[in-house]
Write a protein that binds this ligand. Sequence first.
Ligand SMILES: NC(=O)c1ccc[n+]([C@@H]2O[C@H](COP(=O)([O-])OP(=O)(O)OC[C@H]3O[C@@H](n4cnc5c(N)ncnc54)[C@H](O)[C@@H]3O)[C@@H](O)[C@H]2O)c1
Ligand SMILES: [Zn+2]
Length: 367
Amino acid sequence: MSNFVVTDRVEGELAAVIRSLAVDRVFVLVDENTAEHCLPILRHETRDVRHETRDVRHEMRDEKCVMEDAKVIIIKAGDEVKTIDTAVAIWGELVDSGATRSSLLVNVGGGVVTDLGGFVAATFKRGMRFVNVPTTLLGVVDAATGGKTGINFRGLKNEIGAFANPEKVLIDTHFFETLDFRNRLSGYAEMVKHALIADPILLEQTLAYDLDKFDMSRLATLLKQNLQIKESIVAVDLNETGVRKTLNFGHTVGHAFESLSYELNSPMLHGFAVMWGMVAELYLSFLKLKLDKKLVSKILAFAKEYYGAFPYTCKQYDRLYELMMHDKKNSGGQINFTLLAGVGDVRINQNVTKEEVFEALDFIREN
Ligand SMILES: NC(=O)c1ccc[n+]([C@@H]2O[C@H](COP(=O)([O-])OP(=O)(O)OC[C@H]3O[C@@H](n4cnc5c(N)ncnc54)[C@H](O)[C@@H]3O)[C@@H](O)[C@H]2O)c1
Ligand SMILES: [Zn+2]
């Protein structure tokens, strides 16, 4: 059975999940933005029920009741709070409020909240149950699904963490109405990635979607197919020993772009880094695996249309290469790339030379 539900009435779905889990207490983790924009939806504060039938109103009253004495824990927004100090503060609130192993933590937010909340839940009393309600598109397609939780440590992203699966991931595109365009684009890059590694037809549909209009119901349809791709891969390899590495496509170069952006104090959103990383790795796929060059140019054109100008110059190539060498996923002193021989034809553990990496960066800048 699927671990995620795509719904257009997340508050009802959450109440049903809470009831089915027979928990003794509900805790809700939000950041300051999701406290403002997303929590009211889950608390039934946004829907006008006056015109609903009596039965529906009663049902909604019962649902609302489930959330009424949930304890809300609010953290600041932003990746800087994904630290052990914030985890300590949340563990503290759980202890002070008498949370037990039978309590439930509901993480309502983007990747920062679901990574941190998942980590806190996985470690509290050796593991309490948690539900993810991702409110960013990146959270939906990447962070909240797949069982990776964690915190940053000594400036290293996601250095400490655990694999832990939420009881359910509840997805509602209504949340994206308050999400800014850049964060929408950031998540969309991961949707392009899933289509590239799995399905030529879905790729065509994903590239044809009008990101400026951002039609939510069309997005929900694309999302369902997209999430199935990730779920089917993670199901056979939770701990990333084999096929899950296909999900790293775009991320070896992408993480280097992301890390450099932090070093330069001009943070790049994860999905933007992944989009440019995918272009570089598609070019490497063309060099090593004879991937059709037309596909590489097509994704480059998509990246340029929506993701702005590529920010780096050849002065940064050496540093970028060093950062790729430090990737957690390497082994034996070699950078392990995940490349494509075609759409849906993924090859893991591919090695390329430094010159080839530089050529791929040239390709992004010069075309
Ligand atoms: N666990 C994984 O597999 C995985 C995968 C990818 C990324 N991540 C992690 O996810 C994090 C990035 O996630 P993100 O891009 O969702 O960032 P985020 O959680 O920081 O959210 C981005 C911003 O949007 C705000 N926000 C969230 N939902 C909103 C809504 N509905 N309306 C208005 N504002 C809203 C947040 O408060 C924040 O300011 C990073 O820490 C990254 O390491 C984890
Ligand atoms: Zn990613």
